[in-house]
Each structure stands twice: as structure tokens, then as C-alpha cells.
Design a protein around this ligand. Structure first.
Ligand code: GLU
Length: 448
């Protein structure tokens, strides 16, 4: 491998020894762009890789709030403004007890290249808190969001940094966050957050965008393989925003989702999550205070597999839509043994680097997260455009733009892989295409 790439990976490991998820993505991305670095000796002369693995700014802050009994709690808040070469920092906020610096740096690093792939002018960022929304009342969520924004507001703005949702942050949380921003800043800057409800500047199709985008990307892969989504079976994990949007589009395209999952197990529904009632029930579950995937199995009378993941179910297509690293070697082997041909990442970094290599070397077509799930942030950027011009577009308009963006992400990834003699490797292709644009912008903006 390229000696410069190797050196920067080693240095990053030394500097961030306590951040395994961040090191996982840095190793994966830098390894796959080695051929580009080979072709551009000026990158080393300008310390480009050393700069790209170091966030431009990382903010950590105290969030103190009171629960319904009046008891105070303290959480840690974060915003990682990773790279602003292409536009204002952009990326979601995650509220989940597993959140730490490593998780947010991995998400922020991935976001740089994902956002670059969308073709839209957005830099890469991520933020959030180790706050656990599970079991909290609506008033507690509101007080937490207000406390979080009281500090965050000084670091963000429509042309500076534009947060959105991620795990644990949806329309309700964005509403509370925006309310507090507006109260403190006293100006109508609704482009400061995306994923807003429709009444004050949200975009049509934003809730569906990540899941729809997964399928628009998958359609390009199926076309490349002279195959069709119609009649295919799908295993999904998760039951949140991404799984919901994907399930909706899969049903529309004539496929059949047979699994969804939660932290405590998965549901197997051989009839398929294809009716409006079942798909809408995912939203209902998510909105309930003590959401539990078992509720689905009980309501629709199907199997619940406690403590298990869905990857042992025989399907044509696997789409992880939950959190990071749920697929290791064991699960990759199960997918290959079951003859699963397609694997698309709805979640961010749902598999280990070894698992991805195993899938690819056994003929599974892998669509990587930063390409496959870019539809969410892409429509966020379209929401920013609508807020800037103080207009809103029709759902047909947004949906058509989303489709074209997903197609261009697929085509750019395939073309980059081809250019570097890598065949139809959509993983390396996405890394190369995403990286190249950021690298060019950073080179032309001088050393900083
Ligand atoms: N959290 C989403 C992602 O992982 C969306 C971010 C956004 O809309 O800014 O890309």
C-alpha cells in the first residue's frame, strides 16, 4: 500500500488510540483511496491526509436539565465540525446512551464524503449527546433539547453549521431545538436546522428521503445486474426512520420486507411488511414512549426472535438500518451461506471492515453507507435551498431531485472504480469519488 497512507493511518491510531469506531472508518477510507494518493504526490507535500483526519473543530459541552420530579441530570453534548471545504458543516445529531467522541468522529468523518457525493454544497459534521430518550416524557425531551440548544446555538447558523436528526432525534426534537434557537437568537433563520416539520420550513419527502434514497440507489445496481426488485425478499434491521422509508418504497416497487429488528431481537413476518397498516405501525411504535419491537409481533401475530439479529433469514437483499457494527464475520458468513446477493447499508457503518471484505470477496454486491444512505442529507440540503429562497417545492419536485442525486452517486462511484481499474467495486468507488472532490477543494483553499 501507499507509504504515505500507511504512515497517516499509523499516526491517527497513535493519536486516537481510544477511538475504535473512528479508527475503523479512517482505516477503511484511507486504504481505499491509496490509488488516488499514488497519482497525486502533491497531497503528501501539503499534508492533505493529516489534515483530513483532524476535525476543523470539536465542541464538547455540559447539558444540565431536570426530569419531571425536579431532579437534575447532567449529560455531555458534542458537535464535531469535521470539514467545511465544500460548504457549511452539515450532519445530524444523535441522542443515544452509546454516544461518545469516537462514535461522533466516525459519523462526522463519514459525513464528509457522503455529503461530497450528494453533489450539493455541504461540509461534514455530526453531533449529539449520550442522553437516552427511551422512556422519557415529552416534557423531559423538551427540557433536554432546550438545554442542549442553549449551548449549541452559539456554534451554528444557516451559513455556518446546519444540524439535523439522526438516531433519537426526529421532527419533535428538531421542533424543540428550533424553538430554543429562535428564542435566543431572535431572528428568522429556519435554515439553521433541517428535518423540520412542514409548517415552518420543512421539506416534503425529507422524512422518507433516507429510505427512498436507499431504494433509488438499489434500482441502479439492479439495472446494472439486469435484475429487478419486483418479487425479491428483503431483510431489514431497525424499525426507525430509515427502515420505515425503505419498507414503504420496497412495497411500492413490488418487493417484500420480511424482517425488522430492535435492540432486543427481530421480528419475522413471512407475509411481508407490505400493507399500509403495517408500514404505518412502524411510525406508531417509534412514537410510543416505551417502544419495543415485540409490539409488532404481538399486533400482527408473527414470530419474535428474542436476542437475535435478522441476518440468518434467507433473503435476496439485506439492508441494515439500525446502528454501527451489527454485522461482523458471523453475520457476513450467514448472508453468504444463504445466497444473499445484494447488501445495501441504510445505517452508518453497520458492518466491520472484515465483514465487508468477506461479502465482496464472496460475490455479494455491497452498496456502502456513505453512498446508499446519502438521500437523507441530500434532501436536507434541498431543504436548506428552499429555506434560502423562502419557497417550498412540491413532493414530486423533491422526489425527482432525490432520484437523480442517488443515480448520480451510484454512477460517480461506479465510474471512479472503473477509472482506477477496480471493476464494479462500489465501496472503493464511493470513497474515491467522495474524497476526490474534498481533496481538490482543500488543495485550492490553501493550508489550514
Ligand atoms: N443523520 C443523517 C445522516 O446520517 C442525516 C443528516 C442530515 O440530514 O444533515 O446522513
Amino acid at each position: 500500500m501507499n507509504a504515505y497512507v500507511e504512515r497517516v493511518i499509523e499516526e491517527t491510531k497513535k493519536k486516537n488510540a481510544d477511538q475504535p469506531e473512528f479508527l475503523q472508518t479512517v482505516t477503511e477510507v484511507l486504504t481505499s483511496i491509496a490509488p488516488v494518493v499514488d497519482a497525486h504526490p502533491e497531497y503528501e507535500a501539503n499534508a492533505l491526509l493529516e489534515r483530513i483526519v483532524e476535525p476543523e473543530r470539536q465542541i464538547m459541552f455540559r447539558v444540565a436539565w431536570t426530569d419531571d420530579e425536579g431532579k437534575p441530570h447532567v449529560n455531555r453534548g458534542y458537535r464535531i465540525q469535521f470539514n467545511g471545504a465544500l460548504g457549511p458543516y452539515k450532519g445530524g445529531l444523535r441522542f443515544h446512551p452509546t454516544v461518545n467522541l469516537s462514535i461522533l468522529k466516525f459519523l462526522g468523518f463519514e459525513q464528509i464524503f457522503k455529503n461530497s457525493l450528494t453533489t450539493l454544497p455541504i461540509g461534514g459534521a455530526k453531533g449529539g449527546s449520550d442522553f437516552d430518550p427511551h422512556g422519557k416524557s415529552d416534557a423531559e425531551i423538551m427540557r433536554f433539547c432546550q438545554a442542549f440548544m442553549t449551548e449549541l446555538q452559539r456554534h451554528i447558523g444557516p451559513s455556518t453549521d446546519v444540524p439535523a436528526g439522526d438516531i433519537g432525534v426526529g421532527g419533535r426534537e428538531i421542533g424543540y431545538l428550533f424553538g430554543q434557537y429562535r428564542r435566543i437568537r431572535d431572528s428568522w433563520d429556519n435554515g439553521v436546522l433541517t428535518g423540520k416539520p412542514l409548517t415552518y420550513g420543512g421539506s416534503l419527502i425529507r422524512p422518507e428521503a433516507t429510505g427512498y434514497g436507499v431504494l433509488y440507489y438499489a434500482q441502479q445496481v439492479f439495472a446494472h445486474e439486469n435484475d429487478d426488485i419486483k418479487g425479491k425478499t428483503f431483510a431489514l434491521s431497525g424499525y426507525g426512520n430509515v427502515a420505515w422509508g425503505a419498507a414503504k418504497k420496497i412495497a411500492e416497487l413490488g418487493g417484500k420486507v420480511v424482517t425488522i429488528s430492535g435492540h432486543n431481537g427481530y421480528v419475522y413476518d413471512p407475509e411481508g411488511i407490505v400493507t399500509e397498516e403495517k408500514i404505518n405501525y412502524l411510525l406508531e411504535m417509534r412514537a410510543s414512549k416505551n417502544a419495543n419491537i415485540r409490539m409488532y409481533a404481538e399486533k400482527f401475530g408473527c414470530e419474535f426472535h428474542e436476542g437475535e439479529k435478522p441476518w440468518g433469514v434467507k433473503v435476496d437483499v439485506a439492508i441494515p438500518c439500525a446502528a454501527q457494527n451489527e454485522i461482523g464475520m458471523k453475520e457476513a458468513e450467514q448472508l453468504v451461506a444463504n445466497g444473499t446477493k445484494y447488501y445495501f447499508e441504510g445505517a452508518n457503518m453497520p458492518a466491520t471492515n472484515e465483514a465487508i471484505e468477506y461479502l465482496q470477496s464472496h460475490g455479494v454486491i455491497v452498496g456502502p453507507a456513505k453512498a446508499v444512505n446519502a438521500g437523507g442529507v441530500a434532501v436536507s440540503a434541498l431543504e436548506m435551498s428552499q429555506n434560502s429562497e423562502r419557497l417550498s417545492w412540491t413532493s414530486e419536485e423533491v422526489d425527482a431531485k432525490l432520484y437523480n442525486i442517488m443515480k448520480s452517486i451510484h454512477d460517480a462511484s461506479a465510474a471512479s472504480a472503473e477509472e482506477y481499474g477496480l471493476g464494479y467495486d462500489l465501496v472503493k468507488g464511493a470513497n474515491i469519488a467522495g474524497f476526490q472532490k474534498v481533496a481538490d477543494a482543500m488543495m485550492s483553499q490553501g493550508l489550514f
